[in-house]
Write a protein that binds this ligand. Structure first.
Ligand code: AVI
Length: 319
């Protein structure tokens, strides 16, 4: 395995954002909730990688097609020898579609799942020996700093996969505003955004027939068992995902199948039959709606691309 990856400790590290405190706060609410960022332990990251390959989950393959087709155009806009910074880099697969066209000097992958991040950036370094590869384990949903030096070499942010859709719209705007102040003038930000479409296509994508999304959702409870020693039986919950048209978002929940009491960090929480833990929102935008949101955060949308069926969009923003 190549040792060519330079690892950086960024703040805040995932350990400094408390799983225990945030989960307890969420379980004390009238509508119990958990942040979707807690899906991504090692197994959760592997399950998410499998979701991306399910036939119903159109976002990944559609975004990859858009990126492959637009790579030369993106390279022309972004220029060569940039520092490409991927937020939530996961398997670092999509960036491969850009590397040959863009020929950046360096790549920084930032992800919350440390082992997954190290594996994928090492593979990237082995496959692209001309590229300087950096990795940083961080919770990018919090105010983040960039490693010294890297942010100054013509950075281009890369935030694919419609991950911004997992933020509430106001939080998405605040997050973009944070990136705006982090990046120097003239830098770019390439963002993937899932688009509003018919309910059936959306709901199928989050209820794949193989049950991978269900396993991903339920894995959160396994994580609470392992990391917080929670007394909670995942077999007593089922996965639920539906499109909430009023809010233009997919909602994921874990539905209690019976009246039950679970214990987390010594605190007891009771569930009625049918009561849910709200585990994720995935907002869907129109092209114009997203461009307006980015504009409010200070970015200008230089170019936007969609696929032939208008399922997904990719935006090149500048500041
Ligand atoms: C990471 N994020 C953009 C995915 C989504 O579609 O909201 C997470 C996901 N949840 C269920 N399936 C995929």
């Amino acid at each position: 395995m190549s040792l060519a990856v330079q690892f950086h400790d960024l703040h805040p590290t995932p350990a400094s954002t408390s799983l225990r405190d945030e989960i307890l706060t969420g379980f004390r609410a009238d509508q119990k909730f958990a942040s979707p960022k807690f899906f991504y332990d090692q197994r959760g990251s592997e399950l998410f990688d499998r979701i991306c390959k399910q036939p119903e989950y159109y976002p990944t393959r559609t975004e990859e097609t858009i990126l492959a087709e637009a790579a030369d155009e993106i390279a022309t806009i972004a220029g060569h020898e940039a520092t490409l910074i991927e937020l939530g880099s996961g398997a670092s697969r999509k960036v491969r579609l850009l590397l040959e066209a863009m020929r950046p000097t360096s790549y920084l992958g930032i992800d919350i799942s440390r082992d997954f991040l190290l594996d994928s950036t090492r593979r990237l370094a082995a496959d692209y020996p001309w590229l300087e590869v950096h990795a940083a384990c961080a919770d990018f949903s919090c105010n983040m700093e960039l490693p010294d030096g890297l942010c100054c070499e013509r950075p281009v942010g890369f935030f694919p996969g419609s991950s911004i859709g997992n933020f509430e719209p106001q939080a998405a705007e605040d997050f973009l505003r944070g990136l705006h102040s982090l990046l120097p003038t003239g830098s770019g930000l390439l963002v993937g955004i899932d688009l509003v479409k018919d309910k059936a296509t959306l709901e199928a994508a989050y209820n794949d027939a193989a049950g991978v999304t269900a396993a991903f959702n339920l894995n959160l409870l396994e994580r609470l068992r392992h990391e917080l020693h929670a007394k909670i039986d995942p077999a007593n919950f089922v996965h639920q995902a539906f499109f909430n048209e009023e809010h233009s978002r997919i909602e994921m929940h874990l539905v209690s199948q019976l009246p039950q009491v679970v214990t987390i960090a010594g605190e007891r929480f009771s569930f009625l039959e049918g009561e849910t833990i709200h585990t994720e929102n995935s907002y869907k935008y129109t092209v114009e709606g997203f461009q307006a949101l980015a504009g409010r955060a200070g970015f200008e949308a230089l170019s936007s691309w969609t696929d032939a069926n208008s399922l997904f969009s990719v935006h090149y923003l500048t500041r």
